[in-house]
Write a protein that binds this ligand. Structure first.
Ligand code: URP
Ligand code: ZN
Ligand code: ZN
Length: 488
C-alpha cells in the first residue's frame, strides 16, 4: 500500500532534543508521519547508517545585493541557493538593502524580482536599514512586517551605513514597539578610521593591516554599547558575526543579567585567523571580512560560546566577492586594505565545517549542531515550526548526512557558488550531506542538482518575539521607575 510520496527508511533522526531511529513519511511536501515500519511510499530512500537532520537555515548571507561602490556580488539567487543546497541548507535569509531615494516597498519589490525566478530553495528576507527616518520607521517598516519581513540589520560602521547612538536608540525603540528583530553589526567606526589612517600614513597597505585596523576593541566596545542601548530600551537584539572573546563575553554577561540579547557567529571565526590575511602578495584579500578572523584563542572562545549557548545562530555571512577586479580587487591589484571588498564565502561549507570539527570531534552533540544549523534561527526569525525541525506537519526540509564520509575541500570540483575560491581550500572534512530535500522535493542526490531555479518560495516570517522568551523590563524602560515618564 502506498501512503506517502516519499519514505526515508531507518535513518537516525536528530532534533535539538532527541536522537531516534525512525522512518519519515512525506506527503504533499510535509512530514506526514514519523514512526517504525511506516507503510510504503511512491519512492523510498534507505537511510540505514545515515543521519537525518533538519535542512539548514542560513540566516545571514548576501545574494544579488547591490553594493555602494560598484563591487559585484558574484552570487545571485540561483548560484547562491544552489551552493547552499549542496551544503545541506534548505532555507536562506539574505538581505534587502535599503537604497537611498527608494522606499522599503520598492527595495523589497526589487529583491523579490531577483529571487522569485531563481531561488532553488526557500528564502526569507531581512532588511538593511541605512536611513531610518520617521517615514521609514513609522510607515514603511510596519508595512514590511505585515508582508513577512520582520527583521532588519543596522550598522555601527561603514561610511554610508553607520548609525550614531541617537539613531540606534530611535531604531531600537521602533523595533520594540513593532516586535521586529534588530540585528547589529557592532564595530566602532571611529576606532577603525583612526587606526586605518595611522596605518595608511605609515605606508602600511597590505591586506594584513585590515585585521589590525578592525581591532578587537573596536568590536567589543561597539558590542557593549549596542547592548547598553538595547538594555535602555528593553529591546531584543542580535549581535551578528561575533569574532572574538571580549564581544562573546559581553553578550554572555548580558544574557546572564536576563537581557534578550542574542549572538551569531560564523565559520570564518572558527577556522581562519588573522595570519590568513598575511598570505603572499594579495592572497590575504581573500580572507578580509569584518570583523576579521582573530587568533586561536579567539577561535576557542567562539567554540565555547557555541557550546554554552551564548550563540544561538551559526550563519555563513556569505559575502560573495571574486578575487578579481569585479570584487576583492575592485581598486586594482595593489589596492590598500581599506579598499578591499569585505566578506568571505561560506554558504556551502558552513554546515560540513561545523559538523566535521564540531560533532565529529566531540565538541558539539548532534543535537547542539541541529540547534545551531537550523532550529534556533528558524525560531528567532519566526519560521519555526514550519522550518528547522523534524516534526509532523513541518515542511519536509531534510538532509541525509553520511557522518563518516571523508571529503577534501577543492573549490574547482565541489563548490557550486560563483565566487571562484573558498577560504577553506584543502581542508579535510568528515561528514557530508548527501541527499537534500526541500518541501519533500529531492534537491540534491548523487552530487547532482535535481531542482530547478524558481522552485524555491518566499517565506513569510512571523514576528520573532512570539518565539523568544520574554525577559525582564529594564528599569530605565519602565515608566514606573522613571517618574511615570514614558520614554519609549
Ligand atoms: O565582511 C563582511 N562581514 N561582509 C559582509 C557584510 C557584513 O557586514 O555582514
Ligand atoms: Zn555586518
Ligand atoms: Zn553580512
Amino acid at each position: 500500500m502506498v501512503n506517502f510520496d516519499l519514505v526515508l527508511r531507518n535513518g537516525t533522526c536528530a532534533t535539538t532534543s532527541d536522537t531516534f531511529q525512525a522512518d519519515i513519511g512525506i506527503k504533499g511536501g510535509r512530514i506526514a508521519a514519523i514512526g517504525e515500519s511506516l507503510p510504503g511510499g511512491a519512492r523510498e530512500i534507505d537511510a540505514t547508517g545515515k543521519l537525518i537532520l533538519p535542512g539548514g537555515v542560513d540566516s545571514h548571507c548576501h545574494l544579488a545585493q547591490e553594493t555602494v561602490d560598484g563591487v559585484q556580488c558574484a552570487d545571485d539567487f540561483e548560484s547562491g541557493t544552489r551552493s547552499a543546497a549542496f551544503g545541506g541548507t534548505t532555507t536562506v535569509m539574505p538581505f534587502a538593502m535599503q537604497q537611498p531615494g527608494k522606499t522599503l516597498g520598492e527595495t523589497v519589490a526589487a529583491y523579490h524580482a531577483l529571487a522569485g525566478p531563481k531561488a532553488i530553495i526557500d528564502y526569507g528576507f531581512h532588511l538593511i536599514l541605512r536611513d531610518p527616518n520617521p517615514q521609514v520607521l513609522g510607515q514603511e517598516l510596519p508595512t514590511m512586517i505585515e508582508q513577512g519581513i520582520t527583521s532588519f540589520k543596522v550598522y555601527m560602521t561603514y561610511d554610508t551605513f553607520k548609525l550614531d547612538d541617537y539613531e540606534l536608540l530611535t531604531v531600537l525603540s521602533a523595533a520594540r514597539s513593532l516586535g521586529a528583530m534588530m540585528m547589529v553589526h557592532a564595530e566602532n567606526d571611529d576606532i577603525i578610521h583612526w587606526l586605518s589612517e595611522k596605518l595608511t600614513v605609515g605606508g602600511h597597505r597590505a591586506p594584513k593591516y585590515h585585521a589590525i585596523a578592525h581591532a578587537r576593541i573596536a568590536e567589543s566596545e561597539a558590542t557593549r554599547r549596542a547592548i547598553d542601548l538595547a538594555s535602555l530600551t528593553d529591546t531584543p537584539m542580535l549581535i551578528v558575526h561575533v569574532s572574538d572573546e571580549a564581544a562573546t563575553n559581553a553578550i554572555r554577561s548580558a544574557q546572564t543579567a536576563g537581557l534578550k540579547i542574542f549572538g551569531e557567529t560564523c565559520p570564518q571565526y572558527l577556522f581562519l585567523t588573522a595570519d590568513d590575511l598575511d598570505r603572499d602578495g594579495m592572497e590575504g584579500a581573500k580572507y578580509c571580512c569584518s570583523p576579521p578572523p582573530r587568533d586561536t584563542a579567539g577561535q576557542e572562545a567562539i567554540w565555547r560560546g557555541l557550546k554554552n549557548g551564548t550563540f544561538q545562530v551559526f550563519s555563513s555571512d556569505h559575502a560573495p566577492y571574486r578575487f578579481d577586479q569585479t570584487g576583492k580587487l575592485r581598486y586594482g591589484p595593489n589596492a590598500s586594505f581599506t579598499e578591499l571588498a569585505n566578506g568571505v564565502p561560506g554558504l556551502e561549507l558552513r554546515l560540513p565545517l561545523l559538523f566535521s570539527e564540531g560533532v565529529n570531534t566531540g565538541r558539539l552533540t548532534v543535537n547542539e549542531f541541529v540547534a545551531l544549523a537550523a532550529t534556533n534561527a528558524a525560531k528567532l526569525y519566526g519560521l519555526h515550526p514550519r522550518k528547522g525541525t523534524i516534526a509532523v506537519g513541518a515542511d519536509a526540509d531534510l538532509a541525509i548526512w553520511d557522518p563518516d564520509k571523508k571529503v577534501t575541500v577543492q573549490y574547482e570540483t565541489m563548490i557550486h557558488d560563483n565566487v571562484g575560491f573558498t577560504p577553506y581550500e584543502g581542508r579535510q572534512l568528515t561528514g557530508w550531506p548527501e541527499t537534500v530535500l526541500s518541501r519533500g522535493r529531492i534537491v540534491i542526490e548523487d552530487a547532482t542538482l535535481c531542482a530547478t531555479p524558481g522552485s524555491g518560495v518566499f517565506l513569510d516570517c512571523a514576528k520573532p518575539d512570539s518565539a523568544i522568551p520574554s525577559g525582564r523590563l529594564h528599569p530605565e524602560a519602565n515608566p514606573a521607575e522613571n517618574g511615570g515618564a514614558r520614554l519609549i
